[in-house]
Design a protein around this ligand. Structure first.
Ligand SMILES: NCc1[nH]cc(CCC(=O)O)c1CC(=O)O
Length: 296
């Protein structure tokens, strides 16, 4: 998936700057290597830390990250900036069941492979008769484990499956109502050193302003909520064609028994203020207590 993402960026850069030469610097992150519980890795940024270090060391000039994997409860690493936020892909999750069943058709006890606290909590709320089994590793690896019978079904992001060319495995695309997406779903962020005006100038035209507004609202929400690795938080902003911006967000208890929900329109508010407002609404509903009660 990461390599497909880099190729998209290279193609978009080449289309805008015909003379440009780019070179891929592959970096393996601790999140890729460690297949156990992510919370035991200590700290956030398991999928971004090593890439940020390569950027700051000058081993690379441009980092391509899934926005979803960039911690939002703190500023970007000192000395780096977002140079562009690319146009959003599909934000939805998909069910993959080798027999082609939909979520509602899965019989009790079906093993759904996912380690995502967001997916586990929502399945516990909507389909308590299913059984989630821990499943880590990149999407290709998870598909291989499914084929090997380590689970009966999987939930994966549609955008990730598109990037690795595996959308024909999808048995059902889940609506955001059924499975609220994560903050930053389906968005690639390009990050540069803040003093590298040359690279920033070259890539900034790849940015998509509406996606940037959406992710600003979403990430501010997460910043205010101050979740941790085990807190099931979901939400997505939508910029309408007429310019209006809304943000829906949900906070769950791990067992899915508590579901806090908020949906607001920005009106005259800027995206970040919308994020604050929705976060405050969730805090008023008890989000702090729900988040802090989860072991982490
Ligand atoms: N942590 C893995 C990861 N990071 C981003 C995506 C999906 C693509 C995206 O939302 O950008 C995935 C895989 C998944 O959740 O199925």
């Amino acid at each position: 998936m990461a390599l497909a993402q880099v190729e998209r960026v290279r193609a978009e850069l080449a289309a805008r700057h015909p003379g440009i030469r780019t070179e891929v610097v592959p970096v393996t992150t601790s999140g890729d290597r460690w297949l156990g519980d992510l919370s035991s890795l200590g700290g956030k940024g398991a999928f971004t830390k090593e890439v940020d270090a390569a950027l700051l060391a000058g081993e690379a000039d441009l980092a391509v990250h899934c926005m979803k994997d960039i911690p939002a409860d703190r500023p970007l690493p000192a000395g780096t900036v977002f140079a562009a936020v690319l146009e959003r892909d599909d934000i939805r999750d998909a069910l993959i069941h080798p027999g082609g069943r939909t979520l509602d058709e899965l019989p009790p006890g079906t093993r759904v492979g996912t380690s995502s606290v967001r997916r586990v909590a929502q399945l516990a709320a909507s389909h308590p008769h299913l059984r989630c089994v821990p499943f880590r590793g990149n999407a290709n690896r998870r598909l291989a484990k499914l084929a090997a019978g380590e689970a009966d079904a999987l939930v994966l992001a549609v955008s990730g499956l598109e990037r690795i060319g595996e959308t024909e495995r999808i048995s059902e695309i889940l609506s955001p109502e059924q499975m609220c997406p994560p903050i930053g779903a389906g968005v690639l962020a390009l990050q540069c050193r803040e003093d590298d005006t040359e690279t920033i100038g070259a890539v900034s035209a790849l940015g998509h302003p509406d996606t940037h507004r959406e992710t600003d609202a979403e990430r501010m929400l997460l910043h205010v909520l101050q979740g941790h690795c085990n807190s099931p938080i979901a939400g997505y902003a939508r910029a309408e064609r007429d310019g209006r911006l809304s943000l829906r967000a949900r906070v769950f208890s791990p067992d899915g028994k508590t579901v806090l929900d908020a949906h607001e329109w920005a009106g005259p508010l800027d995206p970040a203020t919308l994020g604050i407002s929705v976060a405050v609404t969730l805090l008023r509903q008890g989000a702090r207590e729900v988040i802090d009660a989860i072991p982490h």
